[in-house]
Each structure stands twice: as C-alpha cells, then as structure tokens.
Design a protein around this ligand. Structure first.
Ligand code: AMP
Length: 447
C-alpha cells in the first residue's frame, strides 16, 4: 500500500519549516509588543462550542466541520477556527477574573472540509489574536493596526486593507429584515444553500460564492443605510485612528465576514504575489459583541483577527521576503581516520555543550566530500581533524564563506569559534559587508 497524504493536507519540511518558524516567531514578537500573551488550547472541542460560538448559519459550521463521535459517543470537532476555543478557555479558566482586557494570541492547525485549491487547504495553520473585555473603537483600531504591523514587519508593502462595519445588534436586525425583503422575491432562482441562508441568516447570502447569486447580491440593500448613530460614530473613530497612522484602507460595504459572531467593525487584508497570484485573503477579523455571553461567560466584548499562515508564507515567498531565511549550522566536523574518531566525538560534544551547533558523520570522511557536505548543510565553518593534527594538538578550522583556513590549538577551539561566530553575526547585522560600519562598537574602535 502506498500511503498518500490526505487531500487538502500537506507536509512542511526543508526550508519551508525555517520560513514558517520565522513567520510565527515574528508575528508572536509583534503581538508581544502590544502586550499579548500566548495561549494554547486543544484542537478538539465539543461540537456544540462551534455551533453556538462560530454560528449555526455560517458555512463553516453547516458544511465544513470535521465532526465525529468519540468512543464515548460524544460529538467532537477538530477546530475550524481559533476564536471560539480561546473564548471558551477564558471562560473555563475564569481568566476574566484578573485584569481586563485579556489579550491573547495563539498559533495552531485548523480544519475545514473545503474544496482544496490554491491557498485553500483542509488542514491549515492560523495565527490568531483575541482581545476580550475592552469595548471601544480604539481597541478595534489597535487590532487592525497590530495585524498590519505584523505584515509590515515581514516586509509586505502593498497590502489591501478592506474594512467595513456591520453595526450593533439593532442595526443588524434592521438590515436582516431589509435583506429578507430583497431576497425573498429572488430566492427561487438562487442556489439551495441560499434558501437555507435566507431562513437562518440572510446576511450569509452575501458570502455566497455562486456567480449568479453574487450578481443578485450586488443589488441588495447596503448595511450603511441601516446603521445606528452609535455604530456610525464608532466606525468613524476607528477609521480616523487608522488614517492618522497613515495606513491606507478601503471601506468595502459588501464585506460582512463569514462567521456569525461578528458585530461592528470587520476587516480583511489582501495582497498579491510577484506575478499577481491571489491566494485569497491573508487574514481577517473584527469585533464580536456577544460571543462570550453566548458561550456562558460574562458579557464582554471582544475583537480579534486570524492570519492563514500558509497564505502568508506563499505570498512572502513569492515576493522574496524570506530569501534570507535558511537553516543555520555553525560547524561541520570531518574526522579523517579511525584513530581520531573518539577525539572528534569529544570535541563535537564539547562544542555543543558550549552552545555551538555541530553536525558530523560518526565515521571517517574524506576532506573533499566532507567540505561539500558542510556547504550543502549551510555550515559556517568546517573542522578537519587528522592524525597529524591530533599529534600536534591542533585542528584545521575553515571559514566556508571566506574560504580561509587556520590551525587552532585544540584547547582553544571552542573559544575561537565563539569569537568568529560573534564577528559573523556582527558583520551580518551592522556592516552589511561594506566595511563602512557606524555601529557603537566600530565607532568606538575608530576613536
Ligand atoms: P476566517 O477564520 O475564515 O476568518 O479565516 C481567517 C484566515 O484564515 C483567512 O483569511 C485565510 O488566510 C485563512 N484560511 C481560512 N480558511 C482557510 C483554508 N481552508 N486554507 C488555508 N487558509 C485558510
């Protein structure tokens, strides 16, 4: 039997792993700049959590969940998104009893039974940020700014920020009625799903992907005509804060987002690859009013967003934002004969003990093929140990970038490599190889 990965899933390995780790670390660091802390919640939750939280009228819950009965006949679901689980965790652990707002971020796999295509998988990773307990236009704005800053720090420049408000409950109730009125006379020519959407939540008709239905939806009433004064003022303040920071946006009055818990401000971020590739929205989110209460917790408003990390990686790669990310290896040790194998093993252990990463074949290797292997592995230095060297108490140390080789006494090897690594790090960060460095250390040297 030849086992294949499950349709819509994919393995991540090689350079993709380094790149994806880099993105996760960078996004985490940006979230921490805004004083968010990490949370990990289970991938498996009771199905009812998503039915209540994510919303029964959403496509995700109606059609896309991986749901099954466990051996105890409990209905469980692989999370299709992160927000419901994070809010559940805040309630289960009474995190709201401490300081508000609660500011959390999380990274992990999500599962949706969707038709796999470019940028769309059945298992994908989300980076999710949630702020619970601060109901203000400023918090909404700060959340959008945090999302944009994550992408700017990764090197994205041409980002399309689409933003809209779907108003408070009063505004949405009035809007739903208007949509019901509009679609009722047209529903016979629309898809089966839209029949259900009309019953459950006519707002969801606006997410329909069927082109003919989208055409009909274009003529539908717009939310902006049903907004309460409070929702209008709130949105205007959010926009003015984003605007003051010089972040460009487009108010898109067709944006309603596919999950049921949203209220007030919603947003999505898009970008194109080098050759115009479109992987779909990189991320999206918004304010959610009633989710915590709906899940049995206190009545706290929240706001958050999620990025699809595969899409971020594909786009960043296409735009060459990650070309500098490679596997890192400090040294590759080449033992040239049987007689040096024990000493070579001990030197490698000593170097690792001092925090220097080393790879080595645990057997004899010819220098030529050893050097080639060291380069393939991206090692900064090769260490060559033969019987002559061992007798003299030295080792050959070759800088694989500069192609320079020096002989180093064995007892100094660790110290020597540490110094050279520090120099390389320094060159990488401040000299950029041009020799005209103005960093503190170099200026001091010149004085
Ligand atoms: P949502 O939870 O639907 O708002 O999705 C947030 C982000 O997750 C989207 O903007 C996408 O970047 C990503 N995403 C959602 N569904 C998928 C999928 N099936 N495959 C890959 N990424 C996805």
């Amino acid at each position: 039997m030849n086992y294949q990965p499950i349709k819509g899933t994919h393995d991540i390995y090689g350079q993709e792993i380094e790149k994806s780790q880099y993105i996760e670390e960078l996004f985490s660091a940006v979230a921490e700049l805004y004083a968010y802390r990490k949370i990990e919640t289970p991938i498996l939750e009771y199905t009812a959590l998503f039915q209540r939280g994510t919303g029964e009228s959403s496509d995700v819950v109606r059609k896309e969940m991986y749901t099954f009965l466990d051996k105890g006949e409990r209905s469980l679901t692989l999370r299709p998104e992160m927000t419901a689980g994070i809010i559940r965790s805040i309630i289960s652990n009474k995190l709201y009893a401490d300081d508000l707002p609660i500011k959390l971020y999380s990274i992990g796999p999500c599962f949706r039974y969707e038709r796999p295509q470019l940028g769309r998988y059945r298992q994908f990773k989300q980076f999710s940020v949630e702020n619970l307990g601060s109901d203000s236009a400023r918090t909404d704005a700060e959340t959008v700014i945090l999302a944009m800053q994550c992408l700017y720090m990764l090197g994205f420049k041409d980002l399309e920020l689409k933003i809209n408000t779907i108003g408070d409950k009063e505004s949405r109730d009035a809007y739903r009625e208007a949509l019901k009125g509009y679609f009722s006379s047209k529903i016979d020519s629309m898809c089966e799903d839209c029949h259900q959407r009309l019953e459950l939540n006519p707002l969801r008709i606006l997410d329909c992907k069927v082109p003919e239905d989208q055409e009909i939806a274009k003529g539908a009433p717009k939310i902006k005509d049903y907004l309460s004064d409070a929702s209008q003022d709130r949105f205007a303040l959010t926009l003015s804060i984003i605007n003051d920071l010089g972040i460009e946006y487009e108010v898109d009055d067709s944006l309603v987002r596919g999950l049921d818990y949203y209220s007030e401000m919603v947003f999505e971020i898009h970008a194109k690859g080098e050759n115009g590739e479109d992987f779909g929205a990189i991320g999206g989110g918004g304010h959610y009013g009633g989710l915590s209460k709906e899940l049995g917790g206190p009545d706290l408003a929240g706001v958050g967003f999620a990025f699809g990390l595969e899409r971020v990686l594909s786009l960043a790669d296409s735009l060459h934002l990650l070309d500098h990310i490679k596997a890192e290896l400090d040294c590759y040790m080449i033992p040239m004969s049987e007689k040096v194998l024990n000493d070579s093993f001990n030197i490698v252990s000593e170097l690792r003990g001092n925090g220097i990463s080393v790879d080595s074949p645990l057997g004899v290797q010819k220098v030529g093929s050893g050097l080639k292997k060291a380069e393939r592995k991206g090692a900064k230095f090769a260490l060559i140990l033969g019987e002559d060297e061992l007798e003299k108490g030295v080792i050959q140390l070759k800088d694989l970038n500069k192609k320079e080789q020096i002989e180093v006494p064995l007892e100094e090897i660790s110290e020597q490599i540490e110094e050279l690594l520090e120099e390389k790090e320094h060159e990488h960060h401040c000299c950029h190889g041009d020799g005209e460095c103005h960093c503190h250390d170099h200026e001091k040297e010149e004085e």
